[in-house]
Design a binder for this molecule. Structure first.
Ligand SMILES: Cc1ncc(COP(=O)(O)O)c(C=O)c1O
Length: 385
């Protein structure tokens, strides 16, 4: 982080890694020659505005957010790419779809009727993507009732079907049969769509896991999220050369030596079994450094891995730096991501320790941690990181 008068804890966002991951995904996407990049939840914690600018420049055809508020933030930052909103169109929000040129996912006919009525009175036509539930069991028009749904939609003249999509429930398990079944169901949905006289421009199904494991010739669009940020959708994808975009860094605030038997932090859940050099860092669970990393986390200091000792506090954690030669107050510490010596702590490693997934690790780095954007370590346009 550049010298500043603020706390030295920050999340470094490597925008060249975003570019690298985007290209890797695009190569893997086969017939899906266009990408619809998922930048919801502030781009999985990476900062939606900056990441969207990079993705738009790389050629992402559309961007996807979860909420109208997220879309408005992008528009207000000057992003002109088509934006899809995955969340419900809540009553009262219709106006924003028109004002900010947003495209909703529609997954129930009542909402479609309401939006159609609104558009009619505004004298305009709103594009939408129809979401079909082929097995995810969350949102979407059930594939079994697609014919009735299409009949209703064909009467709504102030709406225009721009896309049809479905979402896989188990694509991160490549051998999973459900995905094949979902694809089969989706194919019959597409037939019904065409039989009903619709001609949507976009057909899409694959998330990151789907992109790397399925051939989907019927799809011309792919929908990556986690892979853009360098995350593996599951352990089955560890062979992919995805580069983690986020690194969490801070600096040592204090170093002291405690004697054998001394307790460290709340509850004295760590007791020194030797004279121990303890480094205290200005980061804690309020920053998204999960409390379950108490006595379990690891950090990189001067190219060495060292353990987190004692309870993770709201604003502080402690490391055992006894074995790090020359360690000093002010030294940079990497808690997540890569250090200058080429070591890396992946989000998957944290996630395994605290019983969650990499997605939640990234999204969990809180707003009070400033995002600092890096484009200098790797020259823009280069292929390899
Ligand atoms: C409908 C939909 N499509 C695609 C994605 C992206 O999934 P992934 O991050 O696994 O690539 C998500 C993520 O939540 C989603 O909800």
């Amino acid at each position: 982080m550049p010298d500043s008068q603020f706390r030295p804890t920050y999340a470094e966002i490597n925008l060249d890694a975003v570019r690298h991951n985007f290209r890797l995904i695009k190569d893997a996407a086969g017939s899906a020659t266009e990408l619809l990049a998922i930048v919801k939840a502030d781009a999985y914690g990476h900062s939606a505005v900056e990441v969207s600018r990079v993705l738009a420049a790389e050629g992402a055809s559309l961007l996807v957010v979860a909420m109208v508020e997220e879309a408005i933030e992008l528009r207000q930052a000057g992003i002109e790419q088509p934006i899809l909103v995955m969340g419900a169109v809540w009553p009262g929000q219709e106006t924003y779809y028109l004002e900010y040129k947003l495209t909703p996912y529609l997954f129930d006919i009542e909402t479609a009727r309401r939006l159609d009525t609104y558009c009619k009175s505004a004298g305009t036509v709103c594009p939408y993507h129809l979401k079909v539930d082929t097995g995810m069991g969350r949102l979407g028009v059930p594939f079994e009732s697609i014919t009735e749904a299409l009949e209703s939609l064909s009467q709504l003249k102030s709406l225009r079907m721009e896309g049809v999509m479905t979402h896989f429930a188990l694509a991160d398990e490549p051998e999973e049969r459900l995905t094949d079944l979902q694809v089969e169901r989706f194919r019959s949905v597409l037939e019904a769509v065409r039989d009903a006289g619709f001609d949507p421009r976009y057909i899409h199904a694959a998330n990151s896991a789907g992109i790397f494991t399925r051939e989907l010739p019927e799809c011309n669009l792919a929908r990556p999220g986690i892979a853009l940020y360098g995350g593996w959708p599951s352990h089955h994808f560890e062979h992919l050369n995805l580069v983690q975009v986020m690194s969490l860094r801070t600096r040592i605030a204090k170093i002291k030596t405690v004697p054998t038997g001394a307790g460290v932090s709340y509850g004295h859940k760590f007791r020194a079994d030797r004279p121990t050099r303890v480094a205290t860092l200005p980061v804690g669970y309020a920053d998204g450094y999960n409390r379950l990393l108490t006595n379990r986390g690891e950090a990189l200091v001067r190219g060495q891995r060292v353990p987190v000792i004692g309870t993770v506090c709201m604003d502080w954690i402690m490391l055992d730096v006894t074995d790090v030669d020359g360690v000093a107050v002010g030294d940079e510490v990497t808690l997540l991501g890569n250090d200058q010596q080429g070591n890396v702590i992946r989000a998957e490693e944290w996630a395994a320790k605290i019983g969650t997934i990499n997605y939640e690790v990234f999204c969990g780095i809180s707003k009070r941690v400033p995002r600092v954007f890096l484009t200098t370590r790797i020259k823009p346009g280069s292929d390899l990181i």
